[in-house]
Write a protein that binds this ligand. Structure first.
Ligand code: PLP
Length: 406
């Protein structure tokens, strides 16, 4: 049963106050809060398990190596990858995308080739491709969006050609909440080109359980910290055929099989891409987060978040002076809006006085803001631990802020 009070008790930070008011945390799109299960895993690691992995024969090292590789398996099963060897630990979505841009670009992209992205991407899924295209004299194209904040799907076949080497797009828009029809898009890509497909899953994993085999993507990237896990750890899923073709990303300890003064033979599988001592506690903490959300269940999570989103949208619309951006039929619990006549930073600063944490700005999607011709938005993004009562507090604070500003 979905017991919201029990769930909230699992997140110690939710009981703190901010500016003398109970914290209302609606900035989950930026980073999610951590349940005790994750905090305890980190404390346990530093209290009883701290040791380096893969290289030690002593008990502590063997124990934590097993725990770290178990974490890799937990993540594999969670996203239904074929094998744990397709799961690479990175620092986060940004690094996962950079890894693919580097390794794929070196192997597969040359002058005149094309990379296709979309107009709704986070800067982390734009800039690495811009840099790669500049370096390789390749061409970067993008799928435009419509006023509702949906991709213009009919444009995709027209933008694909035999020059398209890779298509990279987001599963869920971090600004608009639009859930892209990933499977359908991948089918279109497959039937019109030989391009590889990278999905930016940063905003999807807190709301749904991706099935990478069912989607048939080549790469799927996400961050631990948005999935209720630690910061500084992320995942790149890559089909094993790519990993065996890719050269290393960064090199050094951990990536090698043998090193002589003349040359290096690299390790196979994910280790080739995990240079240096990894974020060990991050990996096991992320597995703890995944076990935690799976125990609640994504069916209940989605039902609750949908209620929050519909309720908040209705209440916001009733206020007046509000413009909401993004009205896709397939939308997750993210609402981007502006108070007409007020700057998003001013609204955000006033809401903070009432203990409400929302995000204001361009949310690292400047091309999207350019499409709507705005400097940015206010973004309220909900997680499964948020409540209807918190939305009421937010609406009351917003009304007071509007009265002050206009
Ligand atoms: N992609 C999307 C859609 C995001 O929302 C974010 C972060 O907000 C990122 C990528 C970058 O994630 P990170 O900063 O964890 O690497």
């Amino acid at each position: 049963m979905f017991d919201i009070q029990k769930i909230r008790n699992d997140f110690p930070i939710l009981s703190r106050t901010v500016n003398g008011k109970p914290l209302v945390y609606f900035d989950n799109g930026a980073t999610a809060q951590k349940p005790k299960a994750v905090i305890d895993t980190l404390t346990h690691y530093y209290t009883y398990q701290n040791s380096n992995i893969h290289r030690g024969v002593h008990t502590l090292s063997r124990e934590i190596t097993t725990a770290y590789e178990e974490a890799r398996k937990t993540i594999q099963l969670h996203i239904n990858a074929k094998q744990p060897g397709e799961i690479i630990f990175t620092r986060g979505t940004t690094e996962s995308i950079n890894l693919v841009a580097h390794c794929f670009g070196k192997l597969n992209v040359s002058e005149g080739d094309e990379i296709l992205i979309t107009q709704m991407e986070h800067h982390s899924n734009i800039v690495p491709w811009q840099q790669l295209c500049e370096e390789r004299k390749a061409v970067l194209k993008y799928v435009p969006i419509n006023e509702e904040g949906e991709l213009k799907l009919d444009q995709i076949p027209l933008l694909l050609s035999n020059k398209t080497k890779l298509v990279a797009f987001t599963h869920i828009s971090n600004t608009l909440g639009t859930i892209n029809p990933v499977k359908e898009i991948i089918q279109t890509i497959r039937s019109h080109s030989c391009a590889a497909v990278l999905i930016d899953g940063a905003q999807a994993v807190p709301h749904l359980k991706p099935d990478v085999q069912e989607l048939d993507c080549d790469f799927y990237a996400f961050s631990g910290h948005k999935l209720f896990g630690p910061t500084g750890v992320g995942i790149l899923y890559a089909k094993s055929e790519w990993l065996s073709k890719f050269g290393p990303y960064q090199t050094g300890g951990g990536t090698i099989k043998t090193v002589s003064m003349e040359k290096t033979e690299f390790a196979e599988g994910p280790l080739k891409f995990e240079a240096g001592t990894p974020h060990i506690e991050g990996g096991i903490g992320l597995a703890a987060a995944i076990n935690y959300v799976n125990a609640i269940g994504f069916v209940d999570i989605q039902k609750h978040e949908e209620n929050l989103m519909h309720y908040a949208t209705k209440r916001l619309t009733e206020i007046g002076h509000i413009r909401i951006y993004g009205s896709s039929k397939h939308k997750t619990s993210v609402i981007a809006f502006n108070v007409i006549g007020a700057h998003p930073f001013d609204v955000g600063t006033l809401l903070d006085k009432y203990g409400i944490a929302i995000r204001s700005g361009h949310h690292c999607t400047q091309p999207l803001c350019q499409f709507y011709n705005i400097p940015g938005t206010i973004r309220a993004s909900f997680a499964f631990y948020n409540t209807i009562e918190e939305i009421d507090l937010f609406i009351e604070a917003l009304k007071k802020s509007i009265r002050f500003l206009l």
